[in-house]
Design a protein around this ligand. Structure first.
Ligand code: NAD
Length: 320
């Protein structure tokens, strides 16, 4: 089995590369290092079945190898990143997806698109089922990401229907775990970083908005179950345990033993009020559901952040 992971040097992509290698696959990681980096996969470099190619998916893309699977994960994903790179995000979701689909078609490979719960926008249906069409503001600041993913879903569906490509779409809900960047702006790395450094833990709005958080190993298992099936989807991959942001911040504070105060700051525009996947389709079609409880996943993530922040601190002291 030979797999290409686009965005393979990112947070989710690097975990996918690692799990695929562990399952005996040969893996090509393709990335332009816009929001990820080689450090995320440096522990894989010495494995003979692993190869990394620096390449912008929106430009010319060529892979001489046979491919059985293309996992298309390239795209900025944190709001801070896609607001900094709005055009790049739209380009990778559109042209980049076109190129990845073209490659899968040429090789006769299965293609899996990393879509997102953000296609549901600020949802008017709760929990969100795959049949819900969403409530997205097409000209709001988040639209560069949401609409790029909605377009990518449409393109993927068109390739399946008109070109016969074997495609699948996963709608991933908030995933967290080791190798998230401490400054990527997403709530969990921000809360953990602030708690560990004794800084105020900043919650946007009044903290009553909810998210359902899924530990990375669960998400990876769901994606690989989709990769191994012939199901078109879209299918929700996420953990239905729903927490308010205030509950999440309080849990992080408890688990880190931090004395950081909790502070409330301005809420960004179009920030969804609620988020919870209905995962019955994933259970039925893929036999998959999330199993890692939030407290356990957060403990593992916090342990990684402790190492990461002390590594950074050592580098700073060395003037590197
Ligand atoms: P990430 O930013 O850590 O990883 C994305 C990777 O894509 C980075 O390594 C980046 O350099 C690469 N990339 C961006 N543009 C590229 C281009 N033009 N060519 C080649 N590589 C490019 O983000 P992540 O959290 O790992 O997300 C990965 C994918 O999963 C994204 O498609 C995202 O939309 C999707 N997703 C993630 C989550 C989540 O909670 N992490 C939720 C829903 C969907």
């Amino acid at each position: 089995m030979k797999a290409l992971v686009t965005g393979g040097a990112g947070f989710l992509g690097s975990h996918l590369c690692e799990h695929l290698l562990d399952q005996g696959a040969e893996v090509i990681c393709m990335d332009n290092f816009l929001t990820g980096g080689p450090r995320n996969v440096e522990h894989l470099i010495d494995r003979p079945a692993f190869r990394i190619i620096e390449c912008d998916l929106t430009g010319f893309v060529h892979v001489p190898d046979r491919l059985d699977l293309v996992l298309h994960f390239a795209s900025a994903a944190s709001p801070a990143d896609y607001l900094r790179y709005p055009i790049e995000t739209l380009r990778v979701g559109s042209t980049g997806t076109l190129h990845a689909l073209g490659l899968a078609r040429e090789k006769g490979a299965r293609f899996v698109l990393a879509s997102t719960s953000e296609v549901y926008g600020d949802p008017l249906e709760h929990p969100q089922r795959e049949s819900y069409w969403g409530n997205v503001n097409p000209v709001g600041p988040r639209s560069v990401y949401d609409e790029a993913k909605r377009f990518a879903e449409s393109l993927t569906t068109a390739y399946r229907q008109s070109r016969g490509t074997d495609t699948g779409i996963v709608r991933i809900f908030n995933t967290y775990g080791p190798r998230m960047r401490p400054f990527d702006g997403r709530a969990i790395p921000t809360f953990i970083r602030q708690a560990l450094l004794g800084e105020p833990i900043t919650i946007t709005g009044d903290g009553s908005q909810t998210r359902s958080i899924c530990y990375v190993d669960d998400t990876v298992a769901g994606v690989l179950a989709m990769a191994g099936s012939d199901f078109a989807g879209p299918v929700n991959i996420g953990n239905p345990d729903e927490l308010t942001m205030l509950e999440l911040a309080t849990l992080v504070k408890e688990l880190t033993g931090s004395s950081s105060p909790i502070e409330f700051i301005e809420r960004p525009p179009d920030d969804p009020m609620v988020r919870r996947p209905d995962t019955s389709l994933a259970a039925e079609r893929l036999g998959w559901r999330a199993v890692v409880p939030a407290a356990e996943g957060l403990r593992r993530t916090i342990a990684w952040f402790v190492d990461e922040l002390s590594h950074r601190h050592r580098l700073e002291r060395l003037g590197a």
